[in-house]
Write a protein that binds this ligand. Structure first.
Ligand SMILES: Nc1nc2c(c(=O)[nH]1)N[C@H]1C(S)=C(S)[C@@H](COP(=O)(O)O)O[C@H]1N2
Ligand SMILES: [Mo]
Length: 511
């Protein structure tokens, strides 16, 4: 295929060819400013479809929920269309049973029952959040490059990195949470900036990662960092598009964080299995307690920098704005950079708007997590929108970890019937808890939705005689209670009973 900006014929497939043999889907951009410039010129000449409006309108019930026309067109414009198909093939193999939110860049979410099956999320079900294609890099061909403000730049093969005689290995239980998790709750009340991608609820998941602490690698392979190094930048192999410019995915975290021995690791194993391609094989970064975005997948390059990365993901995205900032006045510099995750929790069962027929207790289940090395101390559930709280018993929560969630379950006493609002809040080891309402923490970029998660349930309490009677009646007639809104087709009272009741307590005053 060729492209003709300014009348010059350009063989895009040749110019933007993959960089290395056995590194499928990897095009190097950051080293070649002139190549970036040509890609920009080409993209400027094309018209791309607007992202679909899915904040003001409901998401479709299809799977894939959305189709990524815009990103496919970006890739095709640069002769990278094959990456689209290859990525989808990988998804079919690795992720066939999760909810496909967007086919490309691939974004997939764990189903509710899979999420609560186990403290560790099965690799097959762990959510995936991508900004571009899925590179397919042969382990034997892989090497990691470290440069910038280090004493000695280095190139390390995966074989060396995995050699325990050279680098001490660690296993860490880590919850990865995308800062877009629960975003749908903000959108449903107050829409915000279209992420250019998709504003659906991505997930959260937990795994044991095996790898080596980055601190140790910097020390042993590079003789340590230079005194003016403040941030470590991670570069991922795939192509990242932003406002008609191309990049490799780049983010950074402070050296202060990396210094904490096991808090930033270079990982190649997930739950005892080789890291799946969709999760960053052959090597990814795991930054514990930070938003998922910093845990760079397919990391092939690490730069020691004096300042945070200028990559758009770090400098222009994942920003937290005060509520008066929006389309009318926002600049990148007006938000702060979101790094550590706040405390948050969610009710996974029952789901919003479910009818619950019960004997005076309703069982709720969900997750609770806090970032920054804070662990979950207490989970509390309210059956009345947040006045009365019941604490989850310690034995009904999974074990504590510094960097992972706790799954929980509780039987909440419920006397009341009809529509009730349930909510959950969590307290972490720094005594932090969650904002009360969505509007308490709404922000234009719709990040870190951490307000008390609220659901409405329709309570049908069988321990109430009138309710027990009605349920029995329905049962005898072979009619189900649901759908709630379907009218009952039989008389609710016979004439004699009705007259006796309204004569005893007349509807109008007697005088
Ligand atoms: N190279 C690269 N790394 C990446 C991303 C990406 O698009 N490209 N997405 C980030 C985001 S936003 C999240 S939430 C996590 C998700 O990790 P997972 O897909 O393994 O669940 O990966 C992060 N690392
Ligand atoms: Mo994310």
């Amino acid at each position: 295929m060729s492209s003709e900006p300014n009348g010059t014929k350009i063989d895009v497939e040749k110019l933007f060819a993959e960089e290395k043999a056995d590194w499928k889907g990897y095009v190097e951009w950051e080293q070649y400013p002139e190549k970036k410039e040509i890609a920009h010129t080409i993209l400027e000449t094309k018209k791309f479809p607007y992202p679909p409006e899915f904040q003001m309108a409901p998401l479709p019930k299809t799977n894939p929920v959305l189709i990524g026309h815009r990103w496919k067109a970006y890739h095709e414009a640069l002769g990278l269309g094959h990456i689209v198909d290859h990525s989808w093939d990988i998804v079919q193999k690795e992720k066939h049973d999760i909810i496909h939110l967007l086919d490309f860049p691939y974004n997939g979410e764990t189903r509710r029952y899979q999420l609560l099956e186990n403290k560790l999320t099965n690799n097959k079900y762990h959510f995936v959040r991508n900004h571009g294609g899925i590179p397919d890099i042969k382990e034997e061909a892989f090497e990691l490059e470290i440069g910038g403000l280090v004493n000695k730049p280095a190139k390390i093969s995966l074989k060396d990195l995995k050699d325990p005689a050279q680098f001490l290995q660690v296993e860490v239980t880590v919850t990865l949470q995308c800062s877009g998790t629960r975003r749908i709750e903000q959108i449903m009340q107050y829409p915000g900036d279209g992420d250019e991608l998709i504003n659906a609820p991505w997930g959260i998941g937990t795994a044991v990662y095996r790898g080596v602490p980055l601190k140790k690698v910097l020390k042993r392979a590079c003789g340590g960092i230079l005194p003016n190094c403040e941030h470590l930048e991670f570069i991922g192999a795939e192509t990242y598009f932003k406002k008609n410019n191309v990049f490799n995915y780049a983010v950074s975290v402070p050296w202060r964080k990396v210094r904490q021995n096991e808090e930033v690791i270079l990982a190649w194993e997930m739950n005892g299995e080789p890291l799946p391609k969709s999760h960053g094989a052959p090597l990814r970064v795991i930054v514990t307690g930070y938003i998922g975005a910093r845990s760079c997948k397919w990391v092939y390059k690490i730069n020691a920098l004096a300042e945070p990365s200028m990559g758009p993901v770090q400098s222009q995205e994942y920003l937290y704005y005060t509520p008066q900032i929006g389309k009318q006045n926002t600049k990148y510099s007006s938000g702060f950079s979101i790094q550590q995750m706040p405390v948050s929790s969610a009710i996974i069962f029952p789901e919003d708007k479910e009818v619950i027929i019960h004997d005076g207790k309703i069982t709720l289940k969900g997750w609770a997590y806090s970032g920054g090395g804070n662990w979950v101390e207490r989970v509390e559930v309210s059956p009345d929108g947040g006045s009365v709280w019941y604490a989850v018993a310690q034995e009904d929560m999974t074990e504590k970890h510094y960097h992972a969630w706790r799954l929980w379950k509780i039987d909440v006493p419920v006397d009341a019937e009809g529509w009730l609002e349930f909510c959950v809040r969590t307290w972490d080891s720094s005594n932090n808890t969650e904002p009360t309402f969505v509007r308490s923490a709404w922000n234009w970029d719709l990040h870190v939705t951490s307000s008390a998660h609220r659901i409405k349930l329709y309570s049908v309490n069988k321990s109430k005689p009138a309710t027990a009677k009605r349920l029995k009646e329905l049962d005898e007639k072979g009619v189900g209670f649901e759908p709630l809104t379907r009218p009952l087709e039989f008389a609710l009272e016979d004439v004699d009973e009705y007259l006796a009741n309204v004569r005893k307590y007349p509807r109008e005053p007697r005088s």
